[in-house]
Write a protein of this length. Structure first.
Length: 297
């Protein structure tokens, strides 16, 4: 059989876009390099590509872009844009940052770089052949950042759902609501977290973290991510869960092992910054059909 990938598509070669798919603890991403091919993606293509049944499958679609003038001034090697499975662009994703930094380390042979994202210039470090750390933050709790429909007590959110109550709202480039529970095993994530995500208090949705403090330095965490999916891991969610444990006075530790359904991330808190570390892996690479669309910014 003729195994030239382009051969399997009816579409003209110009409609085929090369991608690499990576994951960090099963939080999976379809990644495109827009430095070499400036064409953009339609919303409908993003939705299909992220759907494993009819596309590639991913929790987000990522594009690697040339840095903006501000990025260049900040020493960024490249810029990353992040699109949720509904096609909406969001500003932060911890595991995606680690995966893209790994690709860029392979490209330039380095072991430290600055990646420009909607959450700012992020310092990334290679800490092993398949291990990357990223410094995320500053973590904040300004209600206007989220945005919230009205000003509320960010450390004691006026929303509850089943065992989820007394939540904390934290911003780390994207919005999170973190709820500590006695036992994560007793939480039905889709049933209990979805009503929080959908609450009118969060007009743009919110990533809902459900955390159990196992001991002063260990958290079990599950995250119901915008726009309403249970991911295997959430890097920004791990950082804000650790920060919330400290802010709530539940732990005085500044180092946390955060156990997610897909595995373990470590989070080291440095004031309002969080250094999040963990493994990355490459799943596959190939081409996928996407309607050619002119450049946009
Ligand atoms: N999984 C990602 C978060 C994606 C955030 C996205 N779902 C949002 O709408 O903010 C992480 O590792 O941080």
């Amino acid at each position: 059989m003729h195994f030239d990938v382009a051969h399997f598509f009816e579409a003209p070669p110009a409609a085929l876009r090369p991608f690499v798919k990576m994951h960090g603890l099963g939080n999976h991403f379809v990644i495109f390099d827009r430095r070499t091919d400036r064409r953009a993606f339609r919303n409908a293509d993003i939705v299909r590509i992220c759907d494993a049944r009819i596309g590639v499958g991913g929790d987000q679609l990522l594009t690697i872009e040339p840095p903006s003038p501000e990025g260049i001034a900040g020493g960024a090697y490249a810029r990353m844009r992040i699109f949720n499975i509904d096609g909406r662009e969001v500003s932060a994703c911890g595991n995606a940052t680690r995966c893209v930094a790994h690709l860029l380390f392979r490209e330039n042979g380095g072991s430290a770089l600055v990646l420009e994202t909607g959450a700012g210039m992020l310092n990334c470090r290679r800490t092993g052949s398949l291990e990357v750390s990223v410094e995320l933050g500053p973590i904040g709790w300004n209600w206007r950042d989220f945005p919230l429909a009205r000003e509320v007590d960010m450390r004691n959110l006026p929303v509850r759902s089943g065992p989820l109550q007394n939540g904390t709202a934290l911003w780390i480039g994207n919005p999170h609501a973190v709820f500590f529970v006695d036992s994560l095993a007793e939480v039905d994530l889709a049933r209990h977290a979805a009503p929080i995500h959908d609450d009118p208090l969060f007009p743009e949705g919110v990533n809902v973290g459900v955390a159990e403090l196992v001991d002063a330095g260990t958290i079990r965490l599950a995250v119901w991510e915008r726009p309403g999916i249970a991911t295997r891991a959430c890097g920004t969610g791990a950082c804000v869960a650790a920060f919330a444990a400290r802010q709530k006075g539940l732990s005085a530790s500044d180092r946390f092992n955060v156990h997610l359904p897909g595995g373990r991330l470590t989070v080291e808190l440095q004031g309002t910054m969080a250094v999040m570390s963990g493994p990355v892996a490459t799943c596959c690479a190939g081409v996928v059909e996407a309607e050619p669309v002119a450049d946009f910014e």
